[in-house]
Design a protein around this ligand. Structure first.
Ligand code: HEM
Length: 394
């Protein structure tokens, strides 16, 4: 097996430069200078894994729904009960009621139809000797998952195509930019219109009260209709871009580092490989909080009203090159899914989507090895990733 960490490293750098030629190198450069830095006009940048975790775990001093965090940005678009814009007791209670949302059975019901379509598309294209774009296929998969979250089966009359569902979800999440403290009236209108289209079928499914659908299940768990719509909107906007960023990067990372063949024949290391790829790519590169009480982060004094920029991208990436044989230090473990009260509630669903798609691509590789034929990185985006990643028969 040839392990070429340098190629994998080079492509990951290009992805970051494509997303923002100044911001990502700057954030990572600043992180190397000091673990906590006050950046005039921007906030307090925290770049060390232990300190990032400390802030996330301390809800008394740091809130997500403050004036400059990303939480409040969403309220005019998705309403006040979307988890990402809640804090304290109200948030805790809603999370508790959602505790049993993602059982292995409910997750399988959401992912399997979309995964079957993913497999058919990959095989169909490669079998006929054509190339297939993994990014496009993952968007389709994410659209299929959204459709299940809305409670709309694949064959429902008038159902929007997966790509349109994905684009609607993406049009909401792309409203967020790091330097954008509030949304304009036009952006709010655009976001609300997308939420309105998505919420239509979800409201119908909720009212029909079928626990076999996701909205019906939220009703069964005691959510009011508005709470259910807020949660579904949050899932659609938070859970799509991260996966469309991560899955193609995972595939490229494994191919570039020469690990695909070995992994296809020996699957026992798949969990460690996925974990390490999440650490190395960090699909959710930055989290925001507002300080609401005075104190310190590390040795830096923090005042109420300070915006806190949690640089997961530096905190976990700086731990080293992509190396699944290396144990991830405790303070960084799963930090790419957050920590504390707002820890990613969609993690079981995300992991099911990741495991299933990787399994499909590894099975295909065992039957007929494939290779990366062409690729382009995305430019000017919040979450770095590939715009296209084309696979072709080797
Ligand atoms: C690789 C994929 C994913 C990554 C890396 C990821 C990462 C994260 C992170 C870091 C947070 C915490 C943000 C913070 O504390 O500010 C978070 C929260 C959240 N994630 Fe994910 N996520 C992924 C996939 C998903 C999926 C598939 C869904 C659902 C469909 C989802 C739904 C959510 C929701 C609703 C929250 C907010 C939870 C709360 O505020 O209580 N995520 N995610």
């Amino acid at each position: 097996m040839t392990v070429d960490a340098a190629t994998a490293e080079r492509w990951e750098r290009r992805i970051h430069l494509g997303a923002h030629p100044l911001l990502y190198p700057m954030i990572r450069g600043l992180g190397s200078i000091r673990p906590v830095l006050r950046l005039p006009g921007l906030g307090v940048l925290v770049s060390e894994a232990g300190l990032v975790r400390e802030v996330l775990m301390d809800q008394q001093r740091f809130v997500k729904n403050g004036p400059s965090g990303s939480g409040a940005l969403w309220t005019p678009v998705v309403g006040p009960k979307a988890l990402v814009n809640m804090d304290g007791e109200e948030h805790k209670q809603l999370r508790q009621r959602l505790g049993d949302l993602f059982t292995p059975r409910s997750v399988a019901g959401i992912v399997e139809p979309a995964a079957a379509a993913f497999q058919a598309r990959i095989s169909g294209k490669l079998d006929s000797g054509r190339s297939v774009d993994v990014v496009d296929c993952v968007k389709d998969l994410a659209g299929g998952v959204i459709s299940r979250l809305l409670g709309v089966p694949e064959n429902a009359p008038g159902r929007l195509p997966n790509k349109e569902l994905f684009n609607l979800g993406s049009s909401i999440s792309s409203l967020v930019r790091l330097g954008r403290p509030t949304l304009t009236v036009r952006q709010i209108a655009k976001g609300r219109s997308a939420v309105g289209i998505l919420a239509g079928p979800a409201r119908v499914a909720y009212r029909e009260s079928d626990p076999g659908t996701f909205p019906g299940r939220l009703r069964e768990l005691g959510m009011t209709e508005d709470e259910a719509m807020g949660i579904i909107s949050a899932f659609v906007m938070v859970g799509t871009e991260t996966l469309v960023s991560f899955l193609p990067r995972l595939v490229a990372l494994l191919s570039d580092s020469g690990r695909i063949g070995e992994l296809a024949s020996h699957r026992s290391t798949v969990p460690a490989v996925i974990n390490e790829a999440l650490r190395f790519t960090v699909p959710s590169p930055m989290m925001l909080r507002d300080a609401v009480a005075p104190g310190f982060i590390g040795e830096t004094k923090v005042h109420p009203g300070d915006r806190v920029l949690l640089s997961t991208v530096h905190a976990t990436k700086s731990l080293g090159s992509f190396d699944p044989d290396h144990a991830i230090p405790a303070q960084a473990r799963q930090l790419w899914f957050g920590a504390g009260a707002h820890f990613c509630i969609g993690m079981p669903l995300a992991m099911a989507e990741i495991n299933k798609t990787l399994e499909i691509l590894l099975d295909r590789y065992l039957q007929h090895p494939w290779t990366i034929a062409r690729r382009r990185v995305s430019t000017g985006v919040l979450i770095p990733g590939y715009k296209t990643l084309e696979l072709a028969n080797a």
